[in-house]
Ligand binder design. Structure first.
Ligand code: BMA
Length: 384
């Protein structure tokens, strides 16, 4: 040891030794942008500057707290539709708290069919406008895709096997390629100041559930992985979309289920997600959130990737103090970058409160907590 120190002393100055020790220390932190030489490896090596910035912002967001998201936040709410307020950006969350969510969720289901509206009657022209507006204000855009079954023409929930028909040289391969072209064509129109708006893309979610045609029982895990990889190749390499960050998001796991069963591989996934709903059993929900978190966090850290709660909610929120007492304790120090609440469709199907709802005050409390980040809280999170 003494001999080694002597050699070090001889060959290197103390400054150099300190510098190298610092690098070793930082690289062992395994925390993406904190590391001096280890930068995160993203799916798209030619990713746009804006998308890179978005990824970095998500990293710093996760350090500060957890970004609160809402599906279709500005498209409609309980008792109103955006089309009745063409010159206003409205949202149920904003009406209660005075601030917008930090994450804006959209769904492009039916873009593949060349329709003017998505499966929930949101027009794609409006969606584009809403995405640009949210981006302009410093919000984060995430997109899911409830696409129709390419084999039967049924919807996403028609779980007739179809994946085998669109991968490899499947009989509907050309159709699927064309569907993806429509996706790419739409994303290429979502522009702000001459640059494409970066999008956190979350296709083929909840694949471990049995309800979608890309899910458990309708395809094998190998077929799923092939579908995912071919999708990335088409969007990124053939259609040259370089503004996407890809998220893998299984549904809550049943005991003994493997989170990695359908994992497309480190080179094909940027962020690890999980969808966990409260089906009116708060205790089971809190336990699921805690165990999912422990698992996803551990895998994400080992892979040097970010992670998020990609869908959640308690339909109609009948439980008192649900946001502040059931949810907050499990997400408070989770390290997840964001949590996305599902849509406010009608009074019997909504996941955020609205003006006059019994959870209004509880939600305001939730917003006032230090770790919940709304739009104003993330606007100044690093832009470069
Ligand atoms: C489901 C429900 C449906 C909707 C679909 C896609 O969870 O909200 O009503 O069509 O998501 O948004």
């Amino acid at each position: 040891m003494t001999a080694m120190i002597k050699i070090i002393n001889k060959k290197y100055s103390i400054k150099k030794v300190l510098f190298f020790s610092f690098i070793i220390l930082m690289s062992s932190c395994n925390s993406l942008y904190n590391s001096v030489y280890q930068k995160p490896k993203l799916v798209d090596t030619k990713i746009s500057k804006n998308a890179k910035i978005l990824h970095k912002r998500l990293f710093y967001t996760a350090k500060k707290g957890i970004a609160i998201g809402h599906q279709d936040a500005t498209s409609y709410g309980i008792g109103w539709k955006q089309e009745d307020f063409p010159n206003e950006m409205r949202s149920d969350v904003q009406e209660i708290t005075g601030d917008f969510p930090a994450v804006f969720g959209f769904d492009i289901g039916h873009i593949e069919l060349g329709k003017k509206e998505n499966l929930d009657s949101v027009s794609f022209n409006f969606m584009r406008k809403a995405m640009i507006e949210a981006h302009k204000k410093g919000g984060i855009i995430t997109v899911s895709w409830h696409l129709d079954n390419p084999t039967t023409g049924g919807d996403s929930w028609d779980n007739t096997p179809a994946v085998k028909d669109i991968i490899g040289n499947g009989i509907h391969k050309k159709k699927y390629e064309f569907w993806l072209k429509r996706v790419a064509d739409f994303f290429k129109t979502v522009e702000y100041k001459g640059k494409l708006v970066p999008i956190v893309f979350r296709p083929f979610h909840e694949m471990n559930g049995k309800w979608f045609w890309w899910g458990e029982g309708s395809c094998t895990s190998e077929e799923y992985v092939q579908l995912w990889r071919e999708t990335v190749h088409l969007l990124r390499d053939k259609y040259k979309l370089n503004n996407l960050i890809y998220v893998y998001s299984p549904n809550k796991l049943n005991p003994f289920e493997n989170y990695m069963k359908y994992y497309p591989g480190d080179d094909y996934v940027d962020i690890l997600g999980i969808d966990v709903y409260d089906f009116k059993n708060s205790e089971a929900f809190a336990n699921s959130m805690a165990s999912s978190l422990a698992l996803v966090k551990q895998i994400a850290i080992s892979k040097n990737k970010l992670f998020a709660f990609t869908e959640t909610g308690l339909e109609t929120i009948p439980t008192e103090n649900w946001y502040s007492e059931v949810l907050y304790p499990v997400i408070e120090n989770s390290g997840a970058a964001w949590i996305l609440f599902w849509r406010n469709h009608i009074e019997t199907h909504h996941y955020m409160p609205f003006k006059g709802h019994t959870s209004e005050e509880d939600f305001k409390r939730f917003q006032s907590f230090p770790k919940t980040l709304f739009l104003k809280d993330i606007q100044n999170i690093t832009q470069d």
